[in-house]
Write a protein that binds this ligand. Structure first.
Ligand code: ATP
Ligand code: MG
Length: 415
């Protein structure tokens, strides 16, 4: 027990963590260019935020939440997604009093009680972005373009963008009944979940992953054919903007995102059959969470799935490797001096390390090799007494003698 991590969570170790840092750096960099600011919200929130904000009939809320009572007997939940928290923070901090839109992004862990498998974990990580306060269809296209830019900058290819309109609440009201009517003859043969969805949220039946349900649902009526005029216009304009941005997409009228809060535009980014990211508009949520009637749109990318895609496509992740300087010290006085020398090197910005175990010269050189040091400083008691050190360029093998007083400067120049 003590040395096993809980099911569905991962350690991210050195060697891998550099890839994560690069992905996060890319996300931050792209957001900066889109003038989207970072927001950091708590890892846990009142459970009610998610039941109300995400919706009672979503898988997340029905069966995936990590909820617990704290010592004050409040029900808290480890955040299963980022949008509800971002909107909560927007309302609570009265960001709506500022000129709109508010553009936010977040990167961090999310928690869902799911059956762990490849690309599906209980603690996973998302990068997400949200634009609150503007309903213009150009914003829908812009947020989609942001996600696409992120994938492109990572060097990912063949990412399919699927879009749909899931309509406004008015459109859905009508469509739900059309769909119920269509499904009525097969209702009793649907899976248990779908039978309960039939009354509560029949659109989710189209999203069911159970094979039997998939086969029962032939030629269902689509939301797209039952949109209000306003929804139809909005969707047409989103498509026009995407066309003018040169972003390729496929309209998928079957797509129903798993979250109840989506209105109008919904979209997914897919790579080799795996969904890397999902998003959409959530025009009712700000008000639902106690704020003014403002619209919102956003997406969330699963970082673990991005890593799988990078691996599938054999993308070379640009990693910084090696260190600038390794200090090889022999003798007691030299060992002592190397401690302060190391500090001097590091404060000037060099990446530097040394041996700590009083190893032999040969073993220390081996360590320098293992760390891919570009320069090695050889310091013995004799050199120290003479006020010099030998510097070996590990690439060329060339070795020069340098006065200690000029050592730091010389090493810096070599880079
Ligand atoms: P799925 O249909 O795969 O369960 P979802 O609709 O629940 O996805 P969202 O809530 O839209 O997913 O989350 C956005 C993205 O976060 C997903 O596209 C996926 O990349 C990632 N994601 C969601 N759940 C997990 C998980 N349990 N483990 C790893 N990544 C996840
Ligand atoms: Mg899910």
């Amino acid at each position: 027990m003590l040395t096993n991590r809980p099911r569905g969570v991962n350690d991210i170790l050195p060697g891998d963590v550099e890839k994560w840092q690069w992905i996060e750096r890319t996300a931050r960099d792209v957001c900066r260019r889109f003038n989207v600011s970072e927001i950091r919200t708590p890892i846990f929130e009142h459970t009610e935020l998610f039941t109300r904000g995400v919706g009672e009939t979503t898988d997340i809320v029905e069966k995936e939440m990590y909820s617990f009572q704290d010592r004050g007997e409040r029900s808290l939940t480890l955040r299963p997604e980022g949008t509800a928290s971002a909107v909560r923070a927007f309302v609570e901090n009265k960001m709506h009093a500022q000129p709109q839109p508010t553009k936010l992004f977040y990167i961090g862990p999310m928690f869902r009680y799911e059956r762990p498998q490849a690309g599906r974990y209980r603690q996973f990580h998302q990068f997400g972005a949200e634009v609150i306060g503007v309903n213009d269809p150009s914003v829908d296209a812009e947020i989609i373009a942001l996600a696409m830019t992120f994938f492109t900058e990572l060097g990912l290819k063949n990412i399919t963008l699927e879009i749909n309109s899931v309509g406004s609440p008015e459109s859905r009201e009508v469509y739900r009944n059309v769909l119920r009517e269509h499904l009525a003859p097969v209702k009793d043969q649907l899976c248990k979940d779908c039978q309960s969805r039939y009354d509560r949220n029949p659109m989710r039946i189209l999203d069911c992953k159970v094979d039997a349900c998939k086969q029962l649902i032939v030629n269902p009526p689509f939301m797209l054919d039952h949109l209000t005029e306003e929804d139809t216009t909005h969707f047409a304009q989103v498509r026009e903007y995407l066309d003018s941005f040169g972003v390729d997409y496929k309209v998928n009228p079957r797509m129903v995102r798993g979250l109840d809060y989506y209105t109008q535009t919904a979209f997914e980014f897919i790579e080799s059959g795996s969904t890397l990211s999902g998003g959409g508009r959530y025009n009712g949520m700000v008000q639902q969470l106690g704020g003014p009637d403002l619209s919102g749109i956003g997406f969330a990318v699963g970082i673990e799935r991005v890593l799988i895609a990078l691996q599938n496509q054999a993308v070379q992740v640009p990693l910084e490797t090696g260190i600038d300087v390794f200090l090889v010290a022999l003798g007691e006085a030299a060992q002592k001096r190397s401690v302060t020398l190391l500090q001097e090197l590091r404060t000037t910005g060099l990446v530097a390390d040394k041996d700590y175990l009083g190893k032999s010269m040969k073993a220390q050189m081996k360590a320098a090799d293992r760390l891919k040091a570009r320069q090695v400083v050889l310091l013995g008691d004799d050199e120290l007494a003479a006020g010099i050190a030998n510097v070996k360029n590990m690439e060329t093998g060339e070795q020069v003698s340098v006065p200690l007083s000029e050592l730091v400067e010389k090493l810096q120049q070599k880079l």
